[in-house]
Design a binder for this molecule. Structure first.
Ligand code: HEC
Ligand code: HEC
Ligand code: HEC
Ligand code: HEC
Ligand code: HEC
Length: 333
């Protein structure tokens, strides 16, 4: 506790030094969003912040590697149909989209390819809540502790990670800090035990506001997920027909015709009940180059750039696919 509060106080002094901002599409971000997920906000080590990453030391474990916050090569979460998933997931229920829809079909709970994202963005699960922590020769389960596959997080298990402050190699430094969630929907300054304590938009030239990224468990104000895509198409249809369909897996808008689901192609997920729209239909959490390999990523981890580029401040190097290009991949409008 003492360490954390000392740091919380210390950042006030550093804010002036961090006021010069990178030329990002989001001018408040220091992540260049280019080349690799390492240079995006999905790098939970925040290594792109350099020494300033220490502000996050007391609030999440720094595992020193990018992929481990989401994936593990062995011992992945068996409760979710997602690639080598290393995170605990929320097995509770979400409040789902409740407005009338064109097709007038019931909307289900989020599917696996949304639960992955919601395992951070719903604000119920700690950012560092993984099943397997990294470390050569260091096996936290030897101490008899394991993490659950579902549920908010197991704070005592996560507390076994003793390099949380970057002090010494794993298991040598003192246990440090807490294991925080992003925060509830539109998290504000009252949520002291979440990332929103600082990332609440209250600080000019300070920690960026993450309020827009905190979706919470009430999804009524978000584009529907867990929602079936049409399976018949007529000349008057409201939806475009995917070009490739693999029942039980995915349907793809295969723009380059190679028969594969490339990162820049919108897709629908089928885990048994038909093709559905999920978070990962529109977003790739690793970042998608907007203008081919090496270019700046589409903002907001979108698979298709929905019109950002050119005339916005800080969008140098971002290629737009045209206004509403993402929406118009599916919707005939
Ligand atoms: C004690 C205050 C504080 C808390 C709590 C906090 N942060 Fe930060 N965070 C900062 C500060 C200050 C910066 C800006 C550092 C800089 O720009 O040099 C920052 C920067 C970031 C950035 C980089 C933003 C960008 O685009 O440049 C990310 C990502 C981030 N924090 C994530 C988190 C997460 C996730 C949590 C919760 C686990 C968290 N932070 C909790 C103070 C905090
Ligand atoms: C913030 C979470 C997150 C991080 C960090 C992350 N991934 Fe992923 N990854 C995902 C999700 C979610 C999917 C599933 C996407 C989907 O549903 O199609 C995925 C899918 C994959 C796939 C399957 C093919 C694909 O692209 O969909 C591979 C391979 C992969 N990730 C590798 C990596 C590697 C390597 C790293 C580290 C450099 C990494 N990921 C970091 C979330 C993450
Ligand atoms: C390991 C936790 C974690 C997972 C899993 C995760 N995110 Fe994030 N995401 C974050 C954090 C932390 C940030 C940076 C702070 C913020 O913007 O809230 C972020 C930022 C974002 C942003 C804003 C990016 C920007 O450039 O400003 C988007 C969009 C996003 N995530 C979407 C997703 C989607 C979609 C998925 C699933 C495919 C996902 N995230 C999975 C933690 C996660
Ligand atoms: C139908 C496509 C679509 C789906 C499905 C979708 N998103 Fe998004 N998302 C977008 C677009 C487009 C933006 C960019 C909005 C903007 O630029 O203001 C965005 C923005 C975001 C942001 C950044 C905050 C913001 O308002 O810009 C986050 C975080 C995010 N999405 C997470 C998710 C998560 C988590 C899910 C699943 C529960 C999801 N998205 C489902 C299209 C989608
Ligand atoms: C991956 C395909 C896909 C993409 C991309 C997509 N949508 Fe949707 N959208 C759907 C489906 C399917 C529904 C649910 C339709 C239903 O059940 O009637 C839906 C529902 C909606 C609804 C609710 C009203 C209705 O008719 O159901 C709105 C509004 C909407 N989408 C707008 C957008 C916007 C704006 C974008 C771009 C940011 C977008 N959509 C991108 C597939 C998509």
């Amino acid at each position: 506790m003492a360490v954390r509060w000392a740091r919380s106080g210390a950042w006030v002094l550093v804010l002036l030094a961090t006021a010069s901002l990178a030329d990002g599409w989001d001018p408040g971000s220091r992540a260049t969003a280019q080349g690799s997920i390492t240079n995006t906000r999905h790098n939970m080590t925040m290594s792109y912040l350099g020494a300033s990453a220490i502000f996050m030391s007391g609030v999440r474990n720094d595992y020193g590697a990018v992929c481990v916050y989401c994936h593990t090569p062995h011992g992945a979460n068996s409760q979710i149909d997602a690639p080598l998933w290393n995170r605990t997931i929320n097995n509770g229920t979400y409040i789902i989209y409740d407005r009338p829809t064109t097709l007038m079909r019931p909307i289900g709970q989020p599917g696996p390819s949304s639960l992955t994202c919601l395992s951070c963005h719903d604000g119920t699960i700690a950012i560092d809540s993984v099943l397997n922590m990294p470390g050569s020769g260091w096996e936290p389960t030897l101490s008899g502790a394991t993490n659950n596959e579902t549920g908010i997080s197991n704070q005592s298990f996560l507390g076994l990670w003793k390099a949380a402050g970057g002090i010494g190699p794993p298991n040598t430094g003192p246990p440090l800090g807490t294991h925080r969630t992003l925060g509830p929907e539109l998290g504000n300054g009252t949520t002291t035990e979440t990332c929103a304590q600082c990332h609440n938009g209250a600080f000019t030239n300070g920690p960026g506001s993450f309020r827009a990224f905190m979706l919470g468990t009430d999804l009524r104000n978000d584009h529907p997920v867990g929602v079936l895509y049409p399976d018949t198409y007529t000349p008057a249809a409201d939806f475009y027909e995917p070009t490739v369909r693999q029942p039980g897996r995915m349907a793809i808008f295969d723009t380059n015709g190679n028969g594969r689901a490339d990162p820049d192609e919108v897709r629908l997920y089928d885990v048994g009940g038909g093709y559905q729209v999920e978070c990962a239909s529109c977003h790739d959490p690793h970042g998608v180059p907007s203008g081919g390999a090496g270019s700046r990523f589409n903002p907001s981890f979108l698979r298709v750039n929905n019109g950002i580029g050119g005339n916005h401040a800080g969008t140098a190097g971002i290629t737009s696919d045209g206004a509403s290009a993402l929406c118009l991949t599916c919707h005939v409008k």
